[in-house]
Ligand binder design. Sequence first.
Ligand SMILES: Nc1nc2c(c(=O)[nH]1)N[C@H]1C(S)=C(S)[C@@H](COP(=O)(O)OP(=O)(O)OC[C@H]3O[C@@H](n4cnc5c(N)ncnc54)[C@H](O)[C@@H]3O)O[C@H]1N2
Ligand code: MOO
Length: 414
Amino acid sequence: MLFQIGVEEARDTLLGQILPLPVKTVPLSQALNRIAATDYAATADLPPCPQSAVDGYAIHQKNLKERPGLALLEILFPGDVPSMPLEPGKTSGVVTGGPLPLDTAAVVPLEKVRLEGDYVFCDGEIAPGVNIKPRGEDFCGGQPLIKRGSPVTPGMTGILAAFGHSKIAVYRRPRVAIVCLGPEIVPCHLTPEKGQVRDSNGPLLAALINLDGGLAVSMEYLHGKKPDGLREVLAGLISRADLVLTVGGAASGASDQALALLRETGARMLFWGIRVKPGSHSGGGISGSTTIISLSGNPSACITGYHLLATPALRAMQGLNPLPGVFTATCLSPYDKGGDTRRFLRGYAQCDAGGWTVRILPGQKSSMLNSLGSYNALIEIPSGHPPVREGDKVTVYPANICSCRPELDSIRQN
Ligand SMILES: Nc1nc2c(c(=O)[nH]1)N[C@H]1C(S)=C(S)[C@@H](COP(=O)(O)OP(=O)(O)OC[C@H]3O[C@@H](n4cnc5c(N)ncnc54)[C@H](O)[C@@H]3O)O[C@H]1N2
Ligand code: MOO
C-alpha cells in the first residue's frame, strides 16, 4: 500500500482498477443525463422532404417575377399530403411544416395575399426558395447525433426522439454505498444527544453522487452497532455496490478505525493519505470489482476528497472521460495562508464579459460547513505558492455541478 501520495497518483491508481459498468437499454424518457453506450445517427434526412416554413401559398418557378391571380388547386391542412404538383398560374394553400407540392419554388405568407373567390393575388417579385425548408436542412441521414461516452441532454432527448430512437443504450448508473464510521454520528432525522453529531456528510455525499450520475443506494452508521456488526454490514455493502465511501475514522488517532475495518473485510487498500489540504486523510482501494474510497469526517475535507477521487471514479464507471477539468480564473479574494501543502479552497466561479473570475468563500477550515452552500469550484493553491493577491490568476476545478453537462466537458478539454 502507498502512503501519502500525490492527488493525481491516487486518482490514477483508482482509475487503473475501474472499467465502465455494463450497458443497459432504457426508454428514452429515462436516458436524461445518462451516458450513451453506443453511437446514434440520424435515420433519415430531416426535414424528410421540402416543407413550408409558414402558413401561406405555394408559388411556381414561372410565377416568381410576376403573376396573375393564381387559381387555387387545393388547401392543405396539418397532416395532409399534396395530391397534385403545382402548375404555372396555380397555387395550393400550405401550412407551416407541411410537405410542399412538387415544383414549389417559394411560399408567400398568407398575410401577404389577397383572396378573391378561388383566386389568390400577391404583388412583387419573390425570391426563389423563400419560406421553404429544404430536405435535410437540419440533419442528413446517417449524420452522427450522439457519440458513445457523451451525456444525453434534454436537447439530445428531443433529437433522438425525432429519429425514432425510443430506447437508448446507456451505462448502468453506479451504485454507491455510504458508511459513516464515527460512533458519535447519528442520522440527521434524530435529535443528537450530548456528544453526538448529526450526519451532514452522508446527505451531502448522496447529493453529489446524484449530480455525478450515481445512485446512493445505502447509508449506514456505526452508531448503535458493535464494530463486529459493522464489519458484516460493510462487507455486505462491498459485495453489492460499485463504490463504497466510508466517512470519518480516517486520521491516525486511537479511535480511527477506517483502515483496519476495511482490511478486515478483505478489501485491498491501495493507498492511504494524499498530499493535499483539506482531504489529506483520504484512502482508496478495491474489493473484487468494488471501488472503495475512505473520506475524512471533517465536512470540507470530506467533499474535497470526494471531488478529487470519487467524481473521476464515478465518471469512469459511466464511460465518461474521468479526468477532472481545470480552467484559469482571476481570483477576486486574497488568501494569505502559504505552506508546503497543496490546497484546494472552496470558491464561487462565474463567467462574464471579462472572462472567468472566482471568489474564495468564507469558512475555509476543513471542519466548517459554511462555504458548502454556494461553492461551485475548487481553487488550487499549489504547494509553496506565495499568498494569493486579488487579481492573481488561479487554477479552478469545477465542482458541485452536474457531471453530465456537456459544457463541463468543454471546460474539461480547455
Ligand atoms: N492527531 C491527529 N488528529 C487529527 C489529524 C491528524 O493527522 N492527527 N488530522 C486532522 C484532520 S486534517 C482531519 S481532516 C481530521 C480527519 O478526521 P477523521 O477522518 O478521522 O474523522 P473523524 O475524526 O471521524 O471526524 C472528524 C470530525 O468530523 C465530524 N464528522 C465525522 N463524520 C461526520 C458526518 N458524517 N457528518 C458530520 N460530521 C462528521 C466528526 O464528528 C469530527 O468532528 O482529523 C484531524 N485530527
Ligand atoms: O484531511 Mo484534513 O484534511 O487536512 O482537513
